[in-house]
Design a protein around this ligand. Structure first.
Ligand code: DU
Ligand code: SF4
Length: 226
């Protein structure tokens, strides 16, 4: 199959009962008041961006009123304001904002996915949900093929998912397991022996950006190393 087929399959996945209930309840009766008149996507967030990219970004999960509303990764929420502004500064995004599908945003050389593709209650997926959704990430890594040079993990859940998924695919991952941190780096190797660099950044969520734990300069510095 192709990346387009993968996206289509992901977007109708119902493998995690708790997350299916949550994503659909937010989308129907649980909409944020300011979006109450809008249709909500209410499904998993498929990958967004260039399917033959050298860079894959692995985020945490869709925001209940962001991707779960708009259907596009990091679109229509505060985390998206941060990541797309940074990707625009670095030349990966055609514009600094991501409001809704059809807003003209195009990504070049980068693709964005989430470790868990359905919005979780309190942004906290369970271990089982992380494990289940790891199968989609595995397919993503397999389909990325020889173009892939680096993976940017936003937050420790993305970092752990990238490592667990790479190991599951028979990639070589250093032992002991590389520790997540802002600016952390590990060299993974595919079974064919191609190196893929894993870089970590603190997640662009408001609890980091609003408090100054993650600054624009810190984010730009990691993206520059991709
Ligand atoms: O640390 P670990 O047991 O390798 O897994 C960390 C984290 O990654 C766990 O909560 C499930 C998830 N995961 C995954 O995403 N894909 C896999 O194939 C295996 C585990
Ligand atoms: Fe499917 Fe992933 Fe959503 Fe679970 S979190 S229902 S595996 S898309």
């Amino acid at each position: 199959d192709t990346v387009a087929e993968l996206d289509a399959m992901v977007s109708v996945c119902r493998a995690c009962p708790r997350l299916v209930r949550w994503r659909e309840s937010v989308a129907t009766t649980g909409r944020r008041a300011s979006f109450a008149d809008q249709p909500y996507w209410g499904r998993p967030g498929p990958g967004f961006g260039d399917p033959s990219s050298p860079v894959l970004v692995v985020g945490l999960a869709p925001a209940a009123n962001g991707t779960n509303r708009t259907g596009r990764m990091f679109t229509g929420d505060r985390s998206g304001d941060w990541i797309y502004a940074a990707l625009h500064r670095a030349g990966y995004a055609s514009q600094p904002t991501s409001v809704a599908s059809g807003d003209g945003l195009v990504l070049h050389g980068i693709r964005i996915v989430a470790a868990v593709r359905c919005a979780p209650p309190a942004n906290k997926p369970t271990t089982q949900e992380r494990h289940t959704c790891g199968q989609w990430l595995a397919r993503e890594l397999e389909l990325s093929g020889p173009h892939l040079r680096s993976v940017l993990a936003l937050g420790s859940i993305g970092w752990d998912a990238a490592i667990a998924t790479a190991r599951g695919l028979g990639w070589t991952v250093p032992r002991p397991k590389p520790k997540f941190g802002h600016g952390a780096e590990a060299e993974l190797r595919t079974p064919e022996g191609r190196p893929v660099r894993l870089l970590g950044s603190y997640h662009v969520s408001q609890q980091n950006t609003f408090t100054g734990k993650l600054t624009e300069q810190m984010l730009d510095a990691v993206i520059a190393r991709l």
